[in-house]
Design a protein around this ligand. Sequence first.
Ligand SMILES: C[S@@+](CC[C@H](N)C(=O)[O-])C[C@H]1O[C@@H](n2cnc3c(N)ncnc32)[C@H](O)[C@@H]1O
Length: 320
Amino acid sequence: MSEPDRGTGTNPGDVNPGDTDRSDVNPGDADRSDANRDEAGRDGRDEAGRDEAGRDEAGRDEADRSDAGRDDAERVKERVAEIWGFAAPGYDGSWGHGLKTGAEKRAWTAALARMLPPGPLRLLDAGCGTGFLTLLLAEAGHEVVGLDLSEGMLAVAAREAERRGLRPRLVRGDAERPPAGLGPFDAVVSRHLLWTLPEPERAVRAWRGLLRPGGLVLAIDEFWPPLSPAARLAVRAGRLLDRLAGEDDGGGYPPDLAGRLPLHRLADPGPVREVFERAGLTGVGVEPLTEVDRAERAVMPLRLKLGFDYRRYLIRGSCP
Ligand SMILES: C[S@@+](CC[C@H](N)C(=O)[O-])C[C@H]1O[C@@H](n2cnc3c(N)ncnc32)[C@H](O)[C@@H]1O
């Protein structure tokens, strides 16, 4: 699965996005007299708690709030980049991330060829990490730019590119606010990125802006469908075996960080489809990536096969 081991040595306590708003509290607000409150006890504020000037309970107007929201998202991304920086050296060796067999590589290569029009194309791999898609697509003859926040992940991608004799362009930057001058692209692709973005809609809008007319946004991610009682038992048995083998990863992102990510651990891809549509993409469609799941699962040890509780999907949309 796409989350790193919690035992990566990351210290999730370093930055707490929940602290952002506290320093903005305006002490004067506490003195507001009860006489100003309406029958609902709302003291003339609207349902969102804003006064006539649009200031919220902490005295911030719209511009302050969007600055605070942006600072909050930036802090979330700093933590995310730090986590993946720690995870980078072991990333390709871990299950659900790097390729383990020729059969798995063939399944991915076939899936990518099916998703994209004939090339060579100019492609952006957003959140490229250690270069999973970047390198497969460069091997298929496309011109690929890999963009990632984490230096550590990009360093692994650069070494692997050299080993495979490939020359993608690797850029450090934010997929939600891509650096200027990268486009235009025939398609923006991503794998296992959307779930870890604090503002996924902003990202998809930005990608749309980098596309040629008719260009594609293709995102691959995972969801966790509701399980039958028998499947739940199997997953529990797998976890137990994991623990006995000393391989239990503790469950990924800490809850306060996961809570800041709107697409984290979805039960179905519906919310991602909504993001694509709100971002103005057309012809949005979702399909399962059963063949790559099957190829990955085939070589897993029993404990992981039993605990395999996620499904990969592809979501696509076009730039009108
Ligand atoms: C689960 S890994 C996936 C890596 C790669 N796409 C793959 O399929 O193996 C998530 C990656 O997204 C990167 N990332 C997270 N937030 C990002 C952002 N806002 N901009 C660019 N990269 C980001 C992380 O640094 C990490 O490399």
